[in-house]
Design a protein around this ligand. Structure first.
Ligand code: NI
Length: 397
């Protein structure tokens, strides 16, 4: 209890600095793999704190550092992760810390994640004598589509020292500030995508018999694709097949040569992921062949599902319950969005949870990736406390 009170006091003390960091990052957003300024500040800060073995330039702009407990024994190594990248969005907020970069914005909260992990590193560094084991702090580039986590893993961040568990958080605008949401098992979806070009035969819109109409073929395919989730997936499972782009033709009286379609696919298990990929390709190829068109089909497997380890989730639940009160720790729904923290959880047990950042009274209600996205910064203190409490509990368990 004494320790918890002291932790809260220390967080109150550093919170103004954490908020200042978050606003500084917010004003200077950088896109994936281009987080040069951000990662430079991160590395400088970690070194100033006395964090050991600060490594930079991993996956271009990634940074890691080690905080070694001195409480005796060798202990385990736990990885704590923040993402640093921004989005190609023009900010519409009128705050004095608004983005200074035209068309680029921290509209997902990764500025807050970076600032929180710096605050977390500071508190853990000051508490080295209270734990055995090692904390590896990791700041990654390019969560928004670039798969920065995967590149960092490929470059060896889970070794030297070998990582035993991984934790990560995300601010959440669907959840009121003061509430924490988490879920054991598959918590966020796998995100895969497809692109295909239907090669028909163009001609006069009044002479269809001399053509192969790629628009008619594409329309049949779009409808047929919608039967995969409704007719082939186990109805107690979840999945999405969305065709988000359909480009063909210019004129009302011309049948074009080609049509290009693109879509996204979401699922939660390796089996369903495979099923959806196979059935999409079969339907696209089958319908196109039946209608005399050729097709150039490409499928891309993106981020895997984010699967929280059951025991780790229970450990987090206990730790964060002491932070916000057990009644404010809620079982979250499964999210159809994807997260590249999933690559860490494929290799080591861990948990990724959501720290509420919405505040209706203050008008901080806009969702992630919206031009008016902004968070209640009280979430930053709660986020830090939840990660520090979880880390200390894990290393002493
Ligand atoms: Ni995000």
């Amino acid at each position: 209890m004494v320790t918890e009170t002291r932790l809260r006091n220390d967080i109150d003390e550093i919170l103004p600095g954490v908020i200042a960091d978050r606003r500084d990052f917010h004003q200077h957003p950088e896109m994936g793999f281009q987080e040069v300024r951000t990662s430079g500040i991160v590395a400088e800060r970690l070194r100033a704190l006395g964090v050991e073995d600060v490594r930079t330039g991993i996956a271009k702009t990634g940074v890691t550092g080690l905080i070694r407990g001195t409480a005796g024994g060798t202990g385990r190594t736990v990885l704590l992760r923040a993402d640093m990248d921004a989005l190609p969005i023009q900010e519409e907020n009128a705050v004095d810390y608004r983005s200074q970069h035209e068309g680029v914005m921290h509209a997902c909260g990764h500025d807050g994640h970076t600032a929180m992990l710096l605050g977390t590193a500071r508190l853990l560094q000051e508490r080295r004598d209270t734990f055995a084991g090692t904390v590896k702090v990791l700041f990654q580039p390019a969560e928004e589509g670039g798969g920065g986590a995967k590149v960092m893993i490929d470059e060896g961040v889970l070794e030297d020292p070998k990582v035993d568990a991984a934790f990560g958080i995300h601010v959440a605008q669907e959840v009121p500030v003061g509430t924490i949401e988490l879920r054991a098992g598959p918590a966020m979806a796998a995100s895969d995508s497809f692109t295909f070009v239907i090669q028909g035969k163009g001609g006069h819109g009044a002479r269809p018999q001399a053509t192969v109409d790629p628009i008619a073929v594409g329309a049949q395919i779009v409808v047929a694709l919608q039967t995969i989730v409704s007719r082939e997936l186990d109805p107690t499972h979840q999945g999405v097949v969305t065709v988000g782009a359909f480009r063909a033709g210019e004129a009302a009286n011309v049948i074009p040569d080609t049509a290009e379609l693109r879509g996204t696919v979401r699922s939660f298990t390796p089996e369903n992921r495979q099923l959806l990929a196979e059935r999409i390709e079969a339907i696209v190829r089958g319908v196109a062949a039946a209608m005399r068109a050729e097709v150039d089909f490409r499928y891309r497997f993106g981020y895997p599902p984010t699967v929280n380890d059951a025991a780790m989730t229970e450990l987090v639940r206990g730790a964060v319950g002491a932070v916000v009160g057990a009644e404010r720790v809620i079982d979250g729904p499964q999210h159809m969005g994807a997260e590249d923290f999933s690559y860490f959880l494929e290799r080591v047990p861990g948990c990724f949870w959501f720290v509420g950042s919405k505040n209706e009274e203050r008008g901080l209600v806009w969702g992630h990736h919206h031009p008016r996205f902004d968070i209640d910064e009280a979430a930053l203190g709660i986020g830090i406390e939840s990660v520090v409490a979880t880390t200390l509990r894990y290393l002493s368990s």
